[in-house]
Design a protein around this ligand. Structure first.
Ligand SMILES: NC(=O)c1ccc[n+]([C@@H]2O[C@H](COP(=O)([O-])OP(=O)(O)OC[C@H]3O[C@@H](n4cnc5c(N)ncnc54)[C@H](OP(=O)(O)O)[C@@H]3O)[C@@H](O)[C@H]2O)c1
Length: 256
């Protein structure tokens, strides 16, 4: 098994893409901490994932709950091998001229400052051992601008740059520390999670827009995104760091 004996953290692992990644990591032998704010979702996910999953209610914007999570992992294992910073939110579509600054800051806080705070703690813990790897879950919306999505697109574009800066800082560490590889996956529109059947039915226009925005004219299945994340976490990607991997059905390949 690829991740036998590894300790993993999937931040935002209770639903959607994060849940699918957690499942794949556990199937490959990892012990996986999953987080999210909604406890009902969290405990349901933990039950489905089984005894190698542990849910902890954590809000990425609450420094204390993040600190408690890392203290617990440090006390229980003294190490962290794999981290997926997946927690992310979208917001109501609005143009820049219709700015709602409070909402803008909320999105930046969760999608950008969140992974920054997480990585600042993850790197120290992960650099103690060989083959540690972080994947930030970004978006195709951070690769190409999307009208009426300034907060989301900006948060993910900045997350891409943050990923590359962190990758450079962790690629050649001082004596006694180990390399931590840091990469991002930029998914295209994906089923489940932010695109449940209920949401797709309630928003037929934006659903069609999303389908048409991809060259392949379809949504991804969450497994197609998690396969890329799992590969980046694995030793098969041992020479890959600072990469922004688009998994988007051709969304960012050009204009069509
Ligand atoms: N689905 C897509 O089409 C798509 C496309 C491109 C990129 N992405 C990106 O992929 C990631 C996952 O998307 P998804 O569709 O699977 O979303 P999702 O089903 O809404 O899952 C998001 C996860 O993040 C957690 N989360 C949200 N805010 C949080 C906070 N403040 N603190 C801690 N956890 C928080 C959620 O749990 P709680 O709500 O309980 O906290 C949940 O576990 C996101 O970063 C998203 O931007 C998704």
């Amino acid at each position: 098994m690829k991740f036998s004996g590894k300790i993993a953290m999937v931040f935002g692992g209770t639903r959607g893409i994060g849940f699918t990644v957690s499942k794949a990591l556990i199937e490959e032998g990892a012990f996986c901490y999953i987080t999210g704010r909604n406890e009902e979702d969290g405990y349901r996910a933990q039950d489905i994932l089984g005894s190698n999953a542990r849910y902890l209610s954590t809000d990425v914007t609450d420094e204390r709950s993040v600190a408690d999570l890392f203290s617990l992992i440090e006390a229980n294992h003294g190490r962290l091998d794999l981290a997926v910073n997946n927690a992310g939110v979208t917001t109501k579509r609005a143009s820049v001229s219709e700015l709602d600054l409070k909402e803008w800051r909320r999105v930046l806080d969760i999608n950008l400052v969140g992974p920054l705070v997480l990585m600042s703690r993850q790197i120290g813990l992960m650099a103690r051992n060989n083959n540690a790897s972080i994947v930030n879950v970004s978006s195709c919306g951070g690769v190409l601008g999307q009208p009426r999505q300034s907060a989301y697109s900006t948060s993910k574009a900045a997350l891409n740059m943050l990923t590359q800066v962190a990758a450079l800082e962790c690629a050649n560490p001082p004596y006694g520390q180990h390399v931590v590889r840091v990469n991002a996956v930029c998914p295209g529109p994906t089923l489940g999670g932010m695109n449940t059947e209920e949401r797709r039915r309630a928003n037929p226009e934006s659903t069609q827009e999303k389908i048409q925005s991809t060259a392949m004219k379809r949504f991804a299945n969450p497994e197609e995104i998690s396969a890329a994340i799992v590969w980046l976490l694995s030793e098969q990607a041992s020479y890959v760091t600072g990469t922004l991997l688009s998994v988007d059905g051709g969304f960012s390949a050009g204009k069509f």
